[in-house]
Design a protein around this ligand. Structure first.
Ligand SMILES: [Zn+2]
Length: 100
């Protein structure tokens, strides 16, 4: 009831941000039905956070997208941050941040 606020101009077939997240993998894989695709595109136009999410999502590797698909946006963001951080640390000196 008190989560994300929907935009004022709400089309009849409005899907929630969570529903959109669940469809996002299919959307970026181009396997979505035309009707659902249209709903997502309408959502992106009226919901800047989801549009931003889409742009970032498109840059993610498949594995990451699958993880996100099964998570709520907030939780997904945390997991993604943790995942990317872990990878970044992998590439860096394992002895930790340098304090020169
Ligand atoms: Zn949204």
């Amino acid at each position: 009831m008190s989560d994300a606020q929907p935009p004022k101009t709400k089309p009849p077939e409005w899907i929630s941000c969570q529903e959109l997240t669940e469809q996002l993998l299919d959307y970026v894989s181009d396997t979505l039905e035309l009707e659902m695709r249209g709903r997502l595109e309408r959502h992106f136009k009226l919901c800047p956070p989801c549009f931003k999410f889409l742009r970032e999502y498109r840059m993610l590797p498949q594995l990451c997208q699958r993880t996100l698909q099964h998570a709520m946006p907030d939780e997904a963001a945390e997991r993604l941050t943790a995942f990317l951080r872990a990878r970044a640390w992998d590439d860096h000196d394992p002895s930790g941040p340098s304090t020169s």
